[in-house]
Design a protein around this ligand. Structure first.
Ligand code: GTP
Ligand code: SPV
Ligand code: MN
Length: 595
């Protein structure tokens, strides 16, 4: 088969050539291929991936350009315990990150990389994170021996020649080294060197561990650069809300992994909101900086969606279903006998027979899940029927509201507005959420996941909070800050709030508040909608249920504030005083409420 890309370097940038040569000398691949991002190249890479059984061709009539991939069963999610921030001192990485000294990490991984690509191809994947021509955008180069990673990077980033055009002769690019290795979790390391703008990943082919532009560069390295350069790299979706009169309001929202960002970013408002439209700018990551007009402007550094498949259906997220109809790679979902894909929660009857995510026969009597709970689709943003026309805008979009939201069965009400920026930072910093299948480990345990960034902050969490607090003085027209919880449960463990499209009702209140158009009730922990403020008409649930979803229970909050202390203590002396004082203030206010 002919080579799918060039074996000759496609740039004369001396820093790039030197680095690629060094890495190739270490890994010793049989061949080094430089990717240009063309359609023709994609076609040939795909052909090779199918020939190598890395991808399986799906029914091309039904799903044109779509392919199926199964990862090793031990390699299906991010691995937080094997993810390291390698700063010169442990204190710089802080108490919430795993730390390894840079020399030790380079040494350990160099030994693993040594000769690791013998008999394999090293793909040189140049890419841009952020819109082409944006002052916010960054160039990365990922070296990988995984054709699956190369193809996914082609969907998730602006991959190819334009990255070298943007880079020119500059040395300012992220150096991403990725080798699949033997996938033994004992030899799996995802190491970040913020000071060197470098990522070394070994032993995983999955998502956030291997697609280095995403969590590794856009968040861990990005957050470090953001602090140094005065901007914010956040685990946030970005959406535009358009009123029937055509008024646009942009909102950014941080929910932890598998807690509803993609769904919220593509939401279709219910009938009651006739004439309202939601436009997606991004579904996972936001880079935000202060614009010349004093507002906070956001771009989505990505160019595609690596979305959770289970639960995605025509009723929960029709726009996502339309997005994955073509040119999509499905990973670890189930396969039907006629080469269609299936997952728990998809529309229609459950097929009687399937091949499950491990490649085993599966019947509808099986007790196992057919699709892995963290199975995903990789789809181009341009497939999204509600893609914002500003998604590629180099300036980004101006943010009027920031929302933090967790997965909480109790305590946290449906929606809450902070009193001011610092209180909003406090709400974000104390965000709690039940763990999900997006990372390995126990699912359903409440943990503190500040700003949904616990696994993604590339430096000391205390300094990150201080950076957020300091941003206030840099943003003359700051967004308003809110907190939401779609996941409150009743006594029987049933979700109280219907969620999905119905979240528009909450979003509408948020947009009105951000524009100063609607009233609210002050509680000790923030502003909440007054009775009647949330538009509930046409909603098929009882007012009592909405009340329960919105309730602020004093006993629960007492426990919550106790629990927050443990986390604040863990951050230690880098914890900003303003946040610990906020907690104490709330405890005092709580005394007034209960007496
Ligand atoms: P990552 O890609 O891991 O960052 O996840 P995400 O935050 O984009 O989450 P996503 O939108 O993919 O949703 C994850 C899971 O939560 C899916 O199974 C959804 O069906 C479910 N979900 C999303 N929104 C809601 C909601 O409003 N209510 C309820 N009950 N479930 C929701
Ligand atoms: C997440 O876990 O938040 C994801 C998936 O978006 S991954 O790319 O694996 O990080
Ligand atoms: Mn995510």
């Amino acid at each position: 088969m002919s080579a799918p890309a060039s074996t000759k370097p496609t740039t004369d940038n001396p820093a790039v050539l030197k680095w690629v040569n060094e890495m190739a000398a270490m890994c010793q691949p049989d061949q080094v291929l430089w990717l240009d991002g063309s359609e023709e190249e994609k076609r040939r890479l795909t052909e090779r991936a199918v020939a190598d059984n890395v991808l399986l061709e799906l029914d091309q009539k039904k799903l044109p350009g779509c392919y199926y991939h199964r990862s090793n069963p031990s390699d299906v999610a991010r691995v937080e315990h094997l993810t390291f921030i390698c700063t010169p001192t442990k204190d710089e990485a802080g108490p919430t990150n795993n730390w390894m000294a840079p020399d030790e990490a380079y040494g350990k991984l160099r030994a693993l990389y040594q000769g690791s690509m013998k008999g394999r191809t090293m793909y040189v994947v140049p890419y841009v994170m952020g819109p082409i021509g944006s002052p916010m955008s960054k160039v990365g180069i990922e070296l990988t021996d995984s054709i699956y990673v190369a193809l996914n990077m082609g969907i998730m980033t602006r991959m190819g020649k334009q990255a070298f055009d943007m880079l020119g002769q500059s040395n300012d690019f992220n150096r991403g080294m990725h080798c699949t290795g033997d996938l033994n979790p004992d030899r799996r390391f995802i190491c970040h060197f913020p000071q060197d703008n470098t990522i070394w990943s070994f032993g995983s082919g999955y998502g956030g561990n291997a697609l280095l532009g995403k969590k590794c560069l856009a968040l861990r390295i990005g957050s470090y650069l953001g602090r140094t350069e005065g901007w914010l790299a956040e685990h946030m979706l970005i959406l535009g809300v358009e009123s029937p009169e055509g008024e646009m309001t942009y909102v950014a929202a941080a929910f932890p992994s598998a807690c509803g960002k993609t769904n919220f970013a593509m939401m279709i408002p219910p009938k009651r909101f006739h004439g309202w439209k939601i436009w997606t700018v991004g579904d996972d990551i936001a880079w935000m900086r202060v614009g010349p007009d004093g507002r906070l402007w956001a771009v989505n550094p990505e160019n595609g969606y690596f979305g959770v498949a289970p639960g995605t259906s025509m009723s929960s997220n029709p726009n996502a279903m339309k997005t994955v109809q073509k040119d999509t790679i499905f990973t670890n979902v189930a396969l039907t006998p006629d080469r269609d894909v299936w997952w728990e929660g998809k529309d229609g009857p459950t097929p009687a027979q399937l091949t499950d995510w491990k490649g085993q026969p599966w019947t509808d009597h099986s007790h196992e899940k057919a699709a892995h709970p963290n199975s995903r689709f990789t789809a181009p943003a341009k497939n999204n029927p509600v893609l914002s026309k500003f998604a590629d805008d180099p300036q980004g979009v101006p943010i009027s509201a920031i929302i933090f939201g967790g997965r909480r069965a109790t305590t946290v009400p449906l929606v809450l507005q902070s009193f001011n920026w610092a209180h909003g930072v406090y709400l974000g910093a104390t965000l709690g959420s039940e763990t999900t299948a997006a990372a390995t480990g126990k699912v359903g345990v409440v943990r503190r996941d500040p700003m949904a960034m616990l696994p993604f902050c590339g430096y000391n969490m205390g300094d990150y909070f201080a950076h957020w607090l300091r941003m206030q003085s840099k943003i003359p027209l700051p967004p308003k800050i809110f907190m939401v919880n779609w996941f409150r449960q009743d006594k029987n463990g049933k979700f109280l709030w219907p969620g999905f499209g119905e979240n528009m009702r909450v979003l509408k209140w948020i947009v009105d508040r951000a524009r100063g158009k609607r009233g609210a009730l002050e509680t000790f922990t923030g502003w909440v909608p007054r009775p009647g403020d949330l538009d509930l008409s046409g909603l098929d649930i009882s007012h009592e249920q909405v009340e329960q979803a919105s309730a602020i229970n004093i006993e629960e909050w007492r426990r919550e504030l106790d629990d927050q202390k443990e986390f604040f203590d863990k951050i230690g002396d880098r914890m900003p005083k303003a946040l610990t004082l906020y907690r104490e203030l709330l405890i005092e206010r709580l005394k007034d409420v209960s007496t």
